[in-house]
Write a protein that binds this ligand. Sequence first.
Ligand SMILES: NC(=O)c1ccc[n+]([C@@H]2O[C@H](COP(=O)([O-])OP(=O)(O)OC[C@H]3O[C@@H](n4cnc5c(N)ncnc54)[C@H](OP(=O)(O)O)[C@@H]3O)[C@@H](O)[C@H]2O)c1
Length: 309
Amino acid sequence: MAVLSLFRRYSQQAFNQTSRAAMSSPTLTLNDGNTIPWLGFGTGTALYGKDAENAVRTAIDNGVIHLDGAQVYRNEESLGAAIAASGKPRSSLYITTKLEKVPAGQTVHDTLVVSLKKLQVDYVDLFLIHFPINHEQPLSTLWKQVEDVQKEGLARSIGVSNFRVKDFEAILPEATVIPAVNQIEYHPYVFKADQPVIEYMKAKNILPTSFGGLSPIVRFKGGPVDPVLTSIAERLSKTVGKTVTEGQVLQLWLKTKGIPAITTTSKAERIHEYLAVQSLPNLTAEDVAAIEEAGSTVHHRQFAKFFDD
Ligand SMILES: NC(=O)c1ccc[n+]([C@@H]2O[C@H](COP(=O)([O-])OP(=O)(O)OC[C@H]3O[C@@H](n4cnc5c(N)ncnc54)[C@H](OP(=O)(O)O)[C@@H]3O)[C@@H](O)[C@H]2O)c1
């Protein structure tokens, strides 16, 4: 009972702090003053190493503006082809790419210039260090170079991905720019393990963005969160007068907490399902607490397993 009230108190706090921004607009404001659309469409996971042009075209044609690419996905050309073919003005899209690693004799600038060429754009909205591990240089040196590409105008915002507290501690003492975001695996089955880095980021005004958010229904089905999602989905369906799915409840959990959702799909109808979350009412503090109480009883991480080291 004491544990439940602790979760309720935490969630109530998170909900109160984020609900206004999350409800009034599908964008969130970063620590550099730029905004990031809440829903992002990724070209990794299901599209990793594959031609993403058709999937991205479908996403853009159906109203997605935030596109999440990466050098390591080996499909930046096809993301760029979809962007060009969409005919959308550059300023109407939000494009992210991520640094894989810097090849010997090159700089971060060199790798980003290659990415921009593939993406057929002059700048990205967000440039992230994809992983804190397996780099030749110290992370602080790498971050300095990322700061430089922002100064050059090649990236509007800069940030990191899969960073733990110790990785932030490696870059922040020498940093002149605080990372705007940390893109991490975030869903109810890693919620508890991610809490230390989430708290650290909150203190530094670094926004978490989530990937793998649908993991409880896609990768770890049958877990303790399932009945909670179903019950909330049934109640919300009655409230709004149309079907609300368990996946939408998971994304609402993120939205209620003010955390952008980076997801993906091969299906146009699922894009509509994702976009519809933006106009659904936020979860109650009790809903958030119930999801987190159930989620925290098990731990399942799908990606970047080193995160738990
Ligand atoms: N920074 C990193 O290290 C990192 C790591 C992983 C991912 N990411 C980024 O995040 C993006 C999304 O990652 P994710 O795939 O993990 O996102 P996710 O939101 O957890 O899962 C999306 C997947 O769920 C499936 N799905 C959705 N609703 C479903 C349902 N009701 N039943 C069954 N399947 C369902 C979709 O497949 P359908 O085609 O069937 O709709 C899609 O493949 C990636 O593309 C990438 O850009 C980043």
